[in-house]
Design a protein around this ligand. Structure first.
Ligand code: SF4
Length: 530
């Protein structure tokens, strides 16, 4: 095994080092109306180009350029899933001793808070409200600063995350001017606008990357708090991406014969885990879209390994990449491969899936799941992911395409629907609108986020985990067909809604209204020609 070079993380012996003391900035410039663009009338509905223009005019060009580079867009340029800020919100809410404060329109904050509690957040979400006046005069920033000062109790918190949603980002509310720390509590300010971050998956990276950046600077400044369980006696592999709780343990078992251990998972659950994450020998980008986080690991000199030990081929490839990254003897790697590839094959043989499946999602693990389905015996002609193409998923893409699967990055809802409608699979795995459409067509379907991504995937333990739920769903095909026949025509067009008798159809009214619309369209076309 070769020696790790570069970055060293120093831990204090007592394990109770306080964070570096930073001076609160007092030189916050008075912001004027001319510096602040936009207003609280802006939101998803205002259109991405207006919001982007406002944000650039308000001095947020740097951050928008960084996001454009980190999270390349297209073919769709606006979120087609939930508000992206949910990703970073959830990462903050899952972290111990971390407070979360949102700055945005009340409707956005209501929606985000609702969804976070729907998904089991057991913590309050802080909110600094604003109106047109506080936004335009800069008072909103003062209010945020005051709220953060009130909240910064080191007995309760290690960190406070302040998030600018769309309107404050477009208006240039300068979170970078918040103090780095208050009373020993770290302050992390991030902009997470829907017009700069395409998916909620990538918003997780915005916060994870910002926290890693902060932790890296702390490490550079001196000794930091040691991991709760002490420093690992073996070189570690940090795992990038949220995964099923058993997966890191399975990965740890696969690393053991190589003399390695699984390190922390990023996004982390506790601030001190960030130090241990940076103190790794290599990073496994299990989810391939954490671009900002990978930038921090690269700055710390840590190599990044793509793909994941999912399915027999995936386990073999991943262990080989790990062996290369750590300079482990080929014989040792081959032994580990024999052990775990064989076990994975055995598990796959006992949980076969027969049928055609289309798969789409926005979690970033879609390519891994598609590989596992194919290795389980399924025919998967289409895999769409809302996440971008990155080098870390390249091996998965090549493998899938070699096995007859079309991979579409940044897939739009239209891509996913047309694949499902064209293929007419035995099972459609997808997002809510895809599942809804599949049900209308009588095609069995499963929600990716709730039913697929919340299962173990790694190594032998993950190999058989999908078969049961998928085979059960596919066996519903006849029932779906019967339901389709029974409900055929109900809830569509004139039959939508609740009627006591037959709907009172007025085709004459409809024709008259259509004439009006046609006339307006002709007038608009004529006006354009002038
Ligand atoms: S914060 Fe989210 S919900 Fe609010 S305007 Fe932006 S994308 Fe839409």
């Amino acid at each position: 095994m070769h020696d790790r070079t570069g970055y060293e993380v120093g831990y204090d012996d007592a394990g109770d080092v306080q964070i570096i003391e930073g001076a609160a900035r007092e030189d916050v410039p008075e912001l004027t109306g001319s510096e602040l663009q936009g207003g609280d009338g802006m939101g998803c509905h205002a259109g991405a180009s207006e919001m982007k223009a406002a944000a650039r005019a308000a001095g947020k060009s740097d951050i928008l350029d960084q996001y454009a580079a980190d999270y390349p867009q297209g073919p769709h340029d606006k979120p087609q899933s939930m508000c992206p800020a949910f990703g970073s919100l959830r990462v903050g809410l899952r972290m111990r001793r971390t407070a979360t404060v949102l700055s945005g329109s009340a409707c956005c904050v209501y929606g985000l808070t609702f969804v976070s509690h729907f998904y089991g957040a057991r913590r309050s979400v802080g909110y600094v409200p604003f109106n047109s006046e506080t936004l335009v005069t800069g008072k909103l920033f003062e209010d945020i600063r005051e709220a953060v000062h009130d909240l910064a109790d080191p007995a309760l918190y290690d960190s406070i995350v302040v998030t600018n949603l769309c309107v404050p980002t477009a208006s240039g509310v300068p979170l970078r001017l918040l103090p780095d720390e208050i009373n020993g509590v770290r302050i992390v300010g991030i902009d997470v606008p829907g017009f700069g971050i395409p998916t909620h998956a990538e918003a997780k990276d915005v916060l994870a990357g910002a926290m890693l950046n902060y932790a890296r600077k702390e490490i550079e400044a001196g000794p930091v708090q040691a991991p709760a369980g002490g420093k690992s006696d073996r070189p570690t592999v940090t795992l990038l991406g949220e995964m099923f709780p058993a997966d890191p343990m399975v990965i740890g078992q696969m690393l053991e014969p190589l003399g390695l251990a699984a390190g922390p998972v990023v996004p982390a659950r506790e601030w001190r885990e960030l130090y241990a994450a940076l103190d790794c020998g290599a990073v496994a980008a299990i989810h391939p879209f954490y671009t900002a986080s990978m930038r921090e690991f690269t700055a710390a000199g840590r190599p990044i390994i793509g793909s994941a030990p999912v399915g027999a081929d995936g386990v073999a490839n991943w262990l080989s990449d790990i062996g290369d990254a750590f300079g482990i003897a080929a014989e040792k790697v081959a032994n580990a491969q024999n052990m775990f590839v064989g076990a994975t094959k055995g598990a796959l043989a006992g949980s076969q899936i027969k049928g055609t499946i289309t798969l789409s999602g926005y979690e970033g693990s879609e390519l891994l799941v598609a590989r596992l389905l194919i290795e389980s015996g399924a025919d998967v002609p289409y895999c769409g992911t809302a996440c971008p193409k990155t080098p870390q998923s390249e091996w998965d893409r090549q493998w899938l395409e070699a096995h007859g699967c079309k991979v579409v990055y940044r897939a739009s809802l239209e891509d996913d629907l047309s694949a499902m409608e064209g293929v007419k699979p035995d099972l459609a795995i997808g997002t809510t609108p895809v599942v809804q459409k599949a049900k209308e067509l009588g095609i069995p379907s499963l929600y990716y986020t709730n039913l697929i991504s919340a299962r173990p995937l790694m190594g032998p333990a993950g190999a058989g985990s999908l078969a049961q739920v998928i085979n059960a769903a596919m066996s519903n095909k006849d029932r779906m067909a019967k339901m389709k026949d029974f409900f055929e025509g109900v809830g569509h067009g004139d039959t939508a809604g609740v009627w006591e008798g037959d709907p009172n159809l007025r085709p004459d009214f409809r024709a008259q209204h259509q004439k009006k619309l046609d006339k307006q369209a002709r007038a608009a076309a004529a006006a354009n020609m002038i």
